[in-house]
Design a protein. Structure first.
Length: 296
């Protein structure tokens, strides 16, 4: 296909990335009367669970946009966190006793795709929209604004003049790469396994639980659908390879506890590594980085 130019009304802000950060920013700008445009290179919204927990301060921000009640209705309130070591209880933190100044004394467990959907619905109520299959491929700026080059699914290329650009496009941020910013940091010397399972055990379903045992670690996060997100951390040299299995999860549960439990009905089993990285600058003139594009 040959490239063609497109023209459109000039927004104040171009937001790159329609995940939770980009959607939150777009909604907040629109409620303040600031025009914006939201693009994403993906075909459509992800349906993966991804992140689960929404903390009190985030809920307070969602309240300013008027979507906190929707999130609470769809989510699960987790009132406490338990920690054990070698089978012995170490601590239990009741969020209701430690978040006294917040109207949200809990961690709200809500799958990321649900959070993105309620933010998208609110964006549409404010007459905003997500432009899918729209990839930022170039940016230049001067004192008055930014020239952004966007490639669309049909092969056409558009040059757009905007006031500011905000990169909310994740750890592999196109905005950060186009700026030539280093993403310095390290990869943790651990390997992680994760999966969603149903647990039969005696502990309260809605509490977050973490256990350590002789260098092994497992954490359990309650989910809306009756499952738990289970996260296992291994020392790198002792980490299993290959696909994560229910049997592997059951073995770590038996080793770490904190109580006898039987896991079943697994979904979304995978392995991953964790990086700790930060962009050398969060702002270059009229171009900003936010969320995982800035730091992970």
């Amino acid at each position: 296909m040959t490239d063609e130019s497109r023209t459109r009304a000039t927004p104040d802000v171009l937001i790159v990335g329609a995940g939770p950060v980009g959607l939150t920013l777009a909604n907040d700008l629109l409620r303040r009367g600031i025009s914006c445009r939201l693009i994403d290179s993906a075909d459509h919204a992800s349906q993966k669970t991804k992140a689960l927990g929404i903390h009190a301060k985030t809920l307070e921000l969602l309240a300013k946009m008027g979507v906190d009640h929707t999130a609470i209705e769809r989510g699960l309130k987790s009132p406490a966190f338990r920690l054990s070591s070698d089978g012995k209880p170490i601590a239990r933190i009741d969020f209701r006793q430690h978040l006294l100044e917040s109207p949200y004394p809990y961690v709200l467990m809500l799958p990321q795709h649900e959070t993105e959907q309620l933010l998208t619905d609110h964006l549409q109520r404010q007459h905003g929209a997500i432009e899918w299959q729209s990839e930022l491929i170039g940016i230049t700026q001067d004192e008055q604004g930014v020239e952004a080059v966007v490639r669309h699914a049909d092969g056409t290329v558009e040059q757009s003049r905007v006031g500011f650009v905000v990169g909310c496009d994740g750890a592999h941020s196109a905005v950060r790469h186009l700026l030539g910013l280093h993403f310095a940091g390290t990869t943790f010397e651990q390997s992680f396994a994760v999966g969603n399972v149903r647990l039969a055990w005696e502990l309260p379903y809605d509490e977050i639980v973490a256990c350590v045992h002789r260098g092994n670690f497992i954490a359990y996060f309650p989910m809306v659908d009756g499952r738990h997100r289970v996260v296992i951390a291994y020392e790198l040299e002792k980490a299993p390879t290959g696909e994560v299995t229910l049997e592997e999860i059951q073995q770590v549960i038996a080793l770490c506890g904190p109580v006898e439990a039987r896991a079943s009905d697994p979904t979304d089993l995978t392995r991953f590594h964790v990086n700790q990285r930060r962009a050398e600058h969060y702002r270059c003139g009229r171009i900003f980085l936010a969320g995982d594009a800035a730091h992970i």
